[in-house]
Design a protein around this ligand. Sequence first.
Ligand SMILES: Nc1ncnc2c1ncn2[C@@H]1O[C@H](COP(=O)(O)OP(=O)(O)O)[C@@H](O)[C@H]1O
Ligand SMILES: CC(=O)N[C@@H](CCC(=O)OP(=O)(O)O)C(=O)O
Length: 263
Amino acid sequence: MSAMCFVMKCGGSTLAALPDSFFSDMKRLQDEAIIPVIVHGGGPAISEALAKFGIETEFVNGLRKTNEAVLDVVEMVLSGQINKEIVRKIQLSGAKAIGLSGVDGSLIQVEPVPNAHEVGLVGDVTEVNAELIQGIIKMGYMPVIAPVGLGADGGQRYNINADTAAGAVASQLGVERMIVVTDVPGIMKTVNGEKKVLSSVTVQEIDEMIESGEIYGGMIPKVRAAVQCIQGKVREVIIVNGAEPEVLSRVIKGAAIGTRIVK
Ligand SMILES: Nc1ncnc2c1ncn2[C@@H]1O[C@H](COP(=O)(O)OP(=O)(O)O)[C@@H](O)[C@H]1O
Ligand SMILES: CC(=O)N[C@@H](CCC(=O)OP(=O)(O)O)C(=O)O
């Protein structure tokens, strides 16, 4: 894939708070032929909807325990509500977008995660239909992807952690860069009693910070996805706060912002 594309993962933690300028920044990048491929989350909205339906929800090592009843809600919220909300916001900025989930055009194929006995219908990505993404981009649209995938038989839906899905899309598209947009300014570490954002981290430092508990919860799947995709063609993964003004174009232009995870 040409270096003109980058994958952007947008977390549910930050979606509602993203300013209009975030979307006009995306439009400007698209005008400069730097195309964002968006993979989004929506964990908090899923939890809220499950609560409304009176369905219990629980996370095991950052993955939501998922059965068919939970999947109905996951698909409704991710492929419906959140996906279309992002598409509408991009369109309001004047850019063109097409929303789809991993189910559409068999975009994302998965296999059950190794701990499926604990978490149920959660998938690890085995294949991404990169041609479909490239075709959408060629038509002048930004792809907006919801992390629901299909099993090998094509019949069973699976829930996928959005960071994992974004990392797999970045790897399989062969982009150079993945930007992870979340609600913190990067990976933080307490140094001499003061919380600091690390400007870059190595794989070894990540392992140590997970071990020590300095990286926990929702940051774990992000750094794991980052580490996995920088083993391939992806050159760097940058974790940034979506509330920072013009964060995407600043990252693309190499500004010292957020945390860079490099080989
Ligand atoms: N070392 C760390 N630096 C920054 N945030 C961290 C760290 N370890 C854990 N976190 C947590 O990770 C959260 C981001 O993950 P998550 O809530 O899943 O966001 P998203 O919805 O964007 O995927 C932060 O809000 C913070 O609570
Ligand atoms: C398997 C699994 O845990 N799937 C996630 C998918 C959404 C997601 O990852 O959203 P965030 O990026 O906002 O966390 C879930 O059900 O919450």
